[in-house]
Structure formats: structure tokens, C-alpha cells
Design a protein around this ligand. Structure first.
Ligand code: CA
Length: 230
């Protein structure tokens, strides 16, 4: 999961980045609306955390333009403006949620999970795939009831693969999901994580499409596993 933080206060931005990385998200910061526009034009993000008072304008007006252009990305507004008309306007202009600063990190993370769940059309907080059960909030995975221990990046990779619903994800897309602009990335880092996932979940769990990318077949698509609803 990759998050764009649109925030011009360096202290707040640094705090959000640290919190997001600790929770297993890849995250990038844009300190202006112009920079945020360029970022979403060239990279794929799963969610945006948006400040309102930015040097080149109001985040809310930027959001309205994005929604008019059909952008469906979940957007949470984080702002010090707590007046009721501001909160109502935020939601009416296309924000998925609205949090007033200061807020507790746990609440922000919970609201992010809710927004992501809604954007995937999922009512249950748990993701199920065959006999795997993934809890994005607790960062836990069980297989047939037995815990599977995954590292932070392996967990993020598993979530990205399962959320694509059996579609092939390119290597670049997966790297963008796992790493922010400023994170050093070994050329074979993704392969290493894929290797670990296969070791922990089975060699056949992640399929390679040579020269294209990777995917996890939906449970009903493979004869070796039970049919199920994803
Ligand atoms: Ca600001």
C-alpha cells in the first residue's frame, strides 16, 4: 500500500511518514498541490492524506478538481479547521473522511483501513483467500488457523497481490507499492520478498508471468485449492 501525504509542515509530514512506515505503508510527501498533482500523474497511490492549507491553495479545491476528472482514489483530509461547515464541505467535495488535527495515530490508521476497505467494496475487515485469513489491522496472517509470520514488506506484498483480485501486477507497480521515492531499493529486493512469500506460503502461491509480473490466482482458479469467494 502506497500513501501520498500532501502536507507543507515539515514536522507534521515527518511524523506522518514515520507512523506510516512503522505500519507497513510506503509513503511519499508532497509539500504543495503542484507537487501532489505531478506525483499522482506519474505514480500509483492507494490513498492520499490531504492537508487543506497549502502554499499554492486549498486542498479541498484541488480534491474537487480531481473528483471532477473522475479520480476515485481514497482521500482523507487532515486539517486544523474543525468548524462544522468545513467538515461538511470536506465530505461533500469528495473526501472519504475528515480528521481534525491533532489526532491519535491509531485513529488515523483505522480510518485509512476503513477507506481502503470501502474502495475495494469490502465490508469485512478481514481478507480471506482460500484457507488464508489476513487481518490488515493486526498485521496477522493465519493459514487454516495456524499463524504465518511475515515481515513488514512481505505482508505489504501479500496484501497488494491479494487486493488485485487475480490480476497480474507488474514489477514496477509492486515496487511502487512497497517503496517510497526516497527508499533505497536493491534491484533484486522484490524477488527476495517473493521468494520469502513462496517459502512461507508454498512455491505455487505466487505465479510469475515472465517479463510481465506476478499474480496470486484466485482460489477458484486453481484446481489444487478449494473454491471460495474472494
Ligand atoms: Ca498546512
Amino acid at each position: 500500500m502506497r500513501v501520498l501525504v500532501v502536507e507543507d509542515d515539515p514536522g507534521i509530514a515527518a511524523g506522518l511518514l514515520a507512523m506510516l512506515k512503522a505500519a507497513g505503508y510506503a509513503a511519499d510527501v508532497s509539500a504543495s498541490l503542484a507537487s501532489a498533482s505531478s506525483a499522482i500523474a506519474v505514480e500509483v497511490f492507494d490513498l492520499v492524506l490531504l492537508d487543506r492549507g497549502l502554499p499554492d491553495g486549498d486542498g479541498l479545491q484541488w480534491l474537487r478538481q480531481l473528483r471532477e476528472r473522475g479520480l476515485k482514489l481514497p482521500v482523507l483530509i487532515l486539517t486544523a479547521r474543525d468548524a462544522l461547515p468545513d467538515r461538511v464541505a470536506g465530505l461533500d467535495e469528495g473526501a472519504d473522511d475528515y480528521l481534525v488535527k491533532p489526532f491519535e495515530p491509531e485513529e488515523l490508521l483505522a480510518r485509512m483501513r476503513l477507506a481502503l476497505r470501502r474502495s475495494e467494496g469490502r465490508a469485512s475487515p478481514l481478507l480471506r483467500h482460500g484457507d488464508l485469513e489476513i487481518d490488515p489491522a493486526a498485521h496477522t496472517v493465519t493459514r487454516a488457523g495456524q499463524p504465518v509470520n511475515l515481515r513488514v514488506k512481505e505482508f505489504a506484498l501479500l496484501l497488494a497481490l491479494l487486493r488485485s483480485g487475480g490480476q497480474v501486477l507488474s514489477r514496477q507497480r509492486l515496487e511502487e507499492t512497497l517503496y517510497g521515492f526516497d527508499e533505497a531499493l536493491d534491484s533484486n529486493a522484490l524477488e527476495v520478498h517473493i521468494h520469502h512469500l513462496r517459502r512461507k506460503l508454498g512455491d505455487d502461491f505466487v505465479k510469475t508471468v515472465r517479463g510481465v509480473g506476478y499474480f496470486v490466482p484466485r482460489p477458484g482458479d486453481t484446481p489444487s485449492s478449494k473454491p471460495g469467494r474472494g
